[in-house]
Design a protein around this ligand. Structure first.
Ligand code: AMP
Length: 212
């Protein structure tokens, strides 16, 4: 695996977060999820969170300027390679990211996580995450841990936006705004398609072989 600027694209619950964290750990890259950061900002009631909240609760994307500011500020701080989960999500974001990377943009690889809608719906209702750290798992796992995060001890719960109505809206926005981003990377030979059905380990094998 050689690329050290990796972006993860995919519909809700396609496994971006799980695979992104596995990849970051394996390759010793920094990992950032714009969605997770936005939910955190909402939770603490920051200015940015207040601006983002109406978009998150209705299943829409936050404005490009906001997502770009968050992602580029993070990239500037990071030393070494990185994995971005959920960014870029629109063509203007992808183009700005390429501009910010300059010649290094040739080395970027975009992983598109794919899976059937019925499976994504099942995962959305089953998904649990930690409010304090990147841990994500299932309802059964969260119950087995007594609702406390095995990684940091924080509270495990369901994301506010993980209901079916919100999921369907997010899927629609993904198809409208993010599939063109996949095409943008495909045209420049930087897109890798990953079939996201299976255990995290099975999917991760595919990720590694695509990146090899
Ligand atoms: P995620 O955790 O990746 O599913 O993202 C949750 C939500 O955060 C999305 O439904 C969007 O409302 C927002 N979001 C995350 N990343 C972006 C982005 N790059 N551009 C616009 N909105 C984003």
């Amino acid at each position: 695996m050689s690329a050290s600027a990796i972006v993860l694209l995919g519909p809700p619950a396609s496994g971006k977060g799980t695979q992104g964290r596995l990849l970051a750990k394996e390759k010793m890259l920094s990992y950032f999820s714009t969605g997770k950061q936005l939910r955190q900002e909402v939770k603490v009631g920051s200015l940015l969170g207040k601006e983002a909240e109406p978009y998150l609760v209705t299943g829409h994307y936050v404005p490009d300027e906001l997502a770009l500011a968050l992602a580029t500020a993070w990239i500037r701080k990071v030393k070494g390679g990185w994995v971005l989960d959920g960014f870029p999500r629109t063509l203007p974001q992808a183009e700005e990211l390429d501009q910010a990377l300059g010649v290094d943009s040739d080395c970027l690889r975009a992983l598109l996580m794919e899976g059937p809608v019925a499976e994504l719906e099942r995962r959305v209702t089953d998904r649990r995450e930690c409010t304090g750290c990147p841990w994500t798992g299932t309802k059964v796992q969260a119950e087995a841990f007594g609702g406390a995060c095995p990684s940091c001890g924080g509270r495990l719960g369901q994301r506010d936006d993980d209901d079916l109505e919100n999921f369907r809206q997010r899927l629609k926005v993904f198809e409208e705004l993010t599939l063109p981003v996949a095409e943008y990377y495909e045209q420049s030979g930087r897109l890798l398609r990953i079939w996201g059905v299976g255990t995290p380990a099975e999917v991760f094998k595919r990720v590694k072989s695509e990146l090899a």
